[in-house]
Design a binder for this molecule. Structure first.
Ligand code: FES
Length: 116
């Protein structure tokens, strides 16, 4: 478990890209829920933290596949594989992330440390 940022720095409706390997996106929805998923789309190298959130889904900014923030599942091509979801909790006012132990579904050409 590691600290993402103080909860007060991530207002509802905002997302934060963490410089982890691979990067993790933390979302604070308009409804006040917190989610963490892998930041990189499974189709190509796009940052989901830059996508559009509606309800419990984020739309990839490049080709509009939508990922479920709760499960990581993708709704429609071009992305075919889900992203990982990570545990999120708030401890003493800080957003804490528990990274998934699963192998990430990175897009073709990307490796776990982000180098091609
Ligand atoms: S890069 Fe995300 S759908 Fe293509």
């Amino acid at each position: 478990m590691f600290k993402a940022c103080p909860l007060s720095q991530l207002v509802p409706g905002e997302a934060l890209r963490l410089d982890t390997s691979p990067p993790i996106a933390v979302f604070h929805t308009e409804e006040g829920e917190l989610f963490a998923i892998d930041d990189t789309c499974t189709h190509q190298d796009a940052s989901l933290a830059d996508g559009w959130v509606e309800g419990c889904e984020v739309e990839c900014p490049l080709h509009a596949s939508r990922f479920d923030l709760r499960t990581g599942a993708v709704d429609a091509p071009p992305a075919k594989l889900p992203v990982r979801t990570h545990g999120v909790s708030v401890v003493d006012g800080d957003i804490m992330i528990t990274e998934s132990g699963e192998v990430p579904n990175l897009p073709p050409g990307l490796t776990i440390d982000g180098h091609r």
